[in-house]
Design a protein around this ligand. Sequence first.
Ligand code: ADE
Length: 239
Amino acid sequence: MKIAILSLFPDILKGYFVDSIMSRAVGKGLIDYELVNIRDYAYDKHHVCDDSPYGGGAGMVIKAEPLAKSLDSIGVKGKRVIYPTPSGRVFSQSIARELAAEEELIFICGRYEGIDQRVIDLYVDDEISIGDYVISSGEIATLVLVDAVYRLIEGVIAGDSLEEESFTQSLLEYPHYTRPEVFRGLAVPKVLLGGHHAEIEAWRLRKRVEKTLRTRSDLLRENKVGKDVLRIRDELLDN
Ligand code: ADE
């Protein structure tokens, strides 16, 4: 997958791409990335990229011209252009899966009050919110999306860890333990030490349902989960 990110502050993004799992994915050729500095496409003397909004009001707006020129420089034809914004559709694991199937993604990092609407009208395919709150850095919102997406690409991380993590099968994850066996008086659950694979699987599924019921019961609707999960849910509710 090719990922291009347009930003006024590309230095914020650089470190992310040279760290850990992402740098390995880049090294293996699974991800190719390009960071574009929008300021390089502001041709006035001071490379101004923002201006006050028509109609008045607080804050500044990123100007259409440098943004459109930077999009033109990388070429948008056939590529999905995403603008992370609090007014977009709310991001989820299923949207992450949808984006992971694309060959190329382009992200526009907003700042201040946002970007000129005409760039959205002309170029943007998808406005996505990372949640019902506002942050000041479009770079951080973009990295949240990129991180959730690239790890789903085949070969980036081991398949098994994807299968049982939160939100697959509409369930949250089971708890994890590693050495030592007792920490500050708290022992690792016995079932995990016994080496009995089927028992461990059953315990983990029960823990997933328990956790989901406690913190996100909305995920346990009948049409979203299997019969085995509903049976455990009902047992837990009866107790
Ligand atoms: N930029 C600022 N807040 C945001 C949010 N909640 N989602 C996406 N982009 C944002």
